[in-house]
Design a binder for this molecule. Structure first.
Ligand code: GTP
Ligand code: MG
Length: 193
């Protein structure tokens, strides 16, 4: 299927949150993990979402509409940005919490995890938070073009154990397109539920 993605809304504060009738799948992950690059890859456009080698680029919640399916991909601000103040971090956590709580249209959260790193504390916190909230987790190992196959599969197995899912996390690369078709299938499946 030929899909297109367009940015329909950007919000910075809790009071800007609104309820949408459309199904939503959020993208979450540590700052610099490759969320915006993934959006651009799926969009087939290099400059839809801002990318930076400096972490902490995305500070807002960005709603992207997927056509013709009609569901939203919601790019959440990256967490764990070292240079960000405690107040800013608390603000991030509150915004995410407000977005997730009571959002009946949120079908799943795609959690982006760096394929080169063993499971990190902040990632474990996020996944257990989502699990406690009963929100399905779609684990996506980003930058999978970088590590050797052997290292990649170690990380893949570690996450499979932690998440206790039947399937292994998806290997994805915005650079090469690895996993792109599979990711679309998974997203569309969750969005349609
Ligand atoms: P924040 O907005 O800060 O939360 O970051 P982000 O998660 O949106 O990350 P972003 O997409 O901006 O990418 C961060 C850096 O990683 C950039 O330098 C990208 O070029 C690089 N990158 C992202 N995806 C890939 C990938 O699949 N392969 C490789 N090799 N590099 C990648
Ligand atoms: Mg970003």
């Amino acid at each position: 299927m030929n899909r297109t993605i367009e940015l329909v809304k950007t919000i910075y504060e809790i009071k800007q949150l609104e309820n949408f009738d459309e199904a939503q799948i959020a993208l979450a992950g540590r700052s610099n993990v490759g969320k915006s690059s993934l959006v651009n890859r799926l969009a087939g456009r290099k400059k839809l979402a801002k990318i930076s080698s400096k972490p902490g680029k995305t500070r807002s919640l960005n709603y992207y509409k997927v056509n013709p399916d009609g569901f939203f991909l919601v790019d959440l601000p990256g967490y764990g940005y070292a240079k960000c103040s405690k107040t800013e971090r608390a603000k991030w956590a509150k915004l995410i919490d407000a977005y997730i709580q009571g959002n009946s249209q949120l079908k799943a959260v795609a959690v982006l995890l760096d394929s080169r790193l063993k499971p990190q504390k902040l990632d474990l916190e996020l996944t257990s938070y989502l699990r406690n909230m009963g929100i399905p987790i779609i684990p996506v190992l980003t930058k999978s073009d970088k590590p050797k196959q052997k290292e990649r599969s170690i990380v893949q197995n570690q996450w499979q154990d932690i998440l206790q899912q039947a399937k292994k996390p998806l290997l994805f690369s915005s650079k090469t397109g690895m996993g792109e078709e599979k990711l679309w299938d998974i997203l569309a499946e969750y969005a349609g539920e």
